[in-house]
Design a protein around this ligand. Sequence first.
Ligand code: GDP
Length: 332
Amino acid sequence: VNLSASGEQKPRILLMGLRRSGKSSIQKVVFHKMSPNETLFLESTNKIVKDDINNSSFVQFQIWDFPGQIDFFDSSFDSDMIFGGCGALVFVIDAQDDYMEALNKLNLTVTKAYKVNPNIKFEVFIHKVDGLGDDFKMESQRDIHQRATDDLADSGYDQIHLSFHLTSIYDHSIFEAFSKVVQKLIPQLPALENLLNILNTNSAIEKSFLFDVVSKIYIATDSTPVDMQSYELCCDMIDVVIDVSWIYGVKEEQDPAAFDEQSSSLIKLNNGTVLYLREVNKFLALVCILREDNFDHKGIIDYNFLCFREAIQQVFELRNKCQGNPLTNSAG
Ligand code: GDP
């Protein structure tokens, strides 16, 4: 599928699912900073919505929000166009509701999309799990996983791989899930992870995340395991930095949040831990967690950071030179 004709070379994430499953809410909370409670008043989606967040975000993709009832066999549904250039298809299932119909739709959607574009990554969000107890959460995930993969096998598509995520807009799980989805679409990921590992080792940093500031999606982290608490701390820090910049920063027209080259921030927690944020480029920030004692060598850390920033720029430029748009998906 040649998308360049329509001027769209960026990988797309499609957000699909039944009506009222939570698609618009997810989009508003993750990409437009809406607070979860406000989503109660969202109008239900009844058309395909292309949401272009590319100007403000490093993560260059579009969300297409479909109404739940879309009919794939309707001739007005151009599946080549819709699935052809798509990097990931996120299918949202409301876990607080009966999900049998959603599972049918999932099967239909995934098999249809796969036929058009076998390179799509299929991601299932088992959504609204905030209302569920832990046991029920795990049980729903097991059940949905089982049924969805059985259905695929029954339709002769064992080769299709589905990934599952438990999500809610009322906590950080939706950001965490989107981070994993987006990371699969970033070809430079191994290089970024490697750079973060090197930075950590040389600066006695315990954990570091490379964030897309606008969405609070982390596009890469070092290879130590992620614990939710650290991730949440870093998200909160970004909110603080952006809020303070909004209030006291010198605003420019293109950059109302006043997040720029000089942006940095340091928060000391009373448990001997330091959070350190540095701007990497217009869209990205590095957030590190380290022991306060190790922060005595701030000069070294800052020097290492400059090397890191330089290397990150090279990684993206190299990709630009070789392949055009850094995030163009091979399917596109
Ligand atoms: P759409 O039709 O798929 O776009 O669904 P909406 O985004 O309009 O969401 C339908 C309803 O689900 C709204 O009242 C939201 O407030 C609610 N909702 C969305 N996400 C969540 C969630 O994570 N947890 C809970 N409890 N409710 C949610």
